[in-house]
Design a protein around this ligand. Sequence first.
Ligand code: PHE
Ligand code: NA
Length: 500
Amino acid sequence: MKRETWQTKIGLIFAAAGNAIGLGNLLRFPSKVALYGGGAFMVPYFVALFLLGIPLMLIEWVIGRYAGAKGHGSMTGIIGSFFNHSYGSRVIGSIGVSIPVLIVCYYIYIESWTLGFAFLSLLGKMPQPVQSPDYKAAMEPYVSFFKDYTEPSLTALVFLVITLAINWVILQRGIVKGIELTAKYGLPLLILMGIFLGFVSLSMNGWKGVEGLLFIYTPDFSKLSDPQVWLEASGQIFFTLSLGMGAIATYASYVKRNEDAVKAGLWTAGLNEFVEVVIGASIAIPAAFAVFGALAVPELAKEGTFRIGFMTMPAILMSLPFGSLLSTVWFFLLFIAALTSSLALTQPLVALLEDEMRWSHSKAVNVSMLLVSAGAFLSAFVPGFIDDVDFWAGTLMLLFFGLLEIIIFVWIFGVNNFHRELNTNSFIRIPKALVYFFAVVSPVFLVILLYFWGVTKLPEVLSQTEPGVLIARAFVIFVLVLIAFFSVESRRRYLAGPHM
Ligand code: PHE
Ligand code: NA
């Protein structure tokens, strides 16, 4: 069975950009920026982009291409292939499949809200705006609307089922006819809608939205000694660039061997950053600044990641002319961004089941989506589930796995080997000294971050023992064990089956 490859170069870039560009850019980024003081967040953010983001992006691209040529697209097979497929290496690699699977369980549920809200906006079913300068009063109807919707309401469950079905169908159609095609239409549409809404937001109230941009882009060095800001900024870089979980490497495994991995990696990072620090920065925060003023913004951010996107934004947009339409565009933009990312989060498991278990594509997708659906329903019904899984898989494990990737793909593979692979077909020559530099600096940076994470955050998280949180942890362990089992079990099949 021959593995698929991306059909066109542009399709490959769009698919990879669709992978990276998601709710992280348009919801998570504005909330974090607002919460951590605008310009104070952006300094560590850019440091982390260059010290962790770009190097890991290139590592995942180069290694994904390398392993794809040997028939492996999941971290189980990729890491395994560096260690003769020993059981231990495959189990460690399997963590890089569990992380995206765990993330997609709640990500896809949030994705379904965006679809639901887009439809409700279009049908004129959003609450009517309250004209009030007081942001609390203006947002009140939208806060209770969101609470009722995510209870979960029957509507929320219907849209969850629809969202799962859409992902299921696209994944069934495969790399070219499914993922690449979706990205080819989705990405340009996303960028157009994003630019349009950025324009609407900045120009609100006589261009008062521009103050929001200034809040983000006035550098503030006063918080650089606060480890929390560094952690959050680095975590955001991992999350937004889809790094530290093999999701990029899986996509990279479907390129042709002669593809330029460096160029593709730089395009992926570049497009994602454009949709984050230009488009993402120009919508939610400027709109909130223009309408509710500077003081309201950090207060809104304190109310959680969903406050600004799902409550503040509709409150603002609905009060404008053509409000329902604007609100539709906002949520549809979020949906397209989320869809191309949820496909990318599920594909590593599909690749594991296909490449290693040697199941048919159809069976691999069905089993993957059954697991994701179960996790998505848990996200809907179990209180605290989303936050807890987001902490373990969406924040902590990413940093660990990123560190592991550098150690295995650069140190153990060897700087010489990695450097040779890196420069194969690359449009620019990357000097070996630079590889050495990153091979030392990035891991040191990560170890320091993980240390502070352990000191500042871990005790607080471990002290939670509500039933919902315990269910979430049990689910995390269940997924880790299940995927480790597939990875061990498939070793036999892999060694027995016909392979390259
Ligand atoms: N990068 C995506 C976002 O910004 C999330 C994601 C993570 C997607 C990992 C795929 C893999 O929303
Ligand atoms: Na992103």
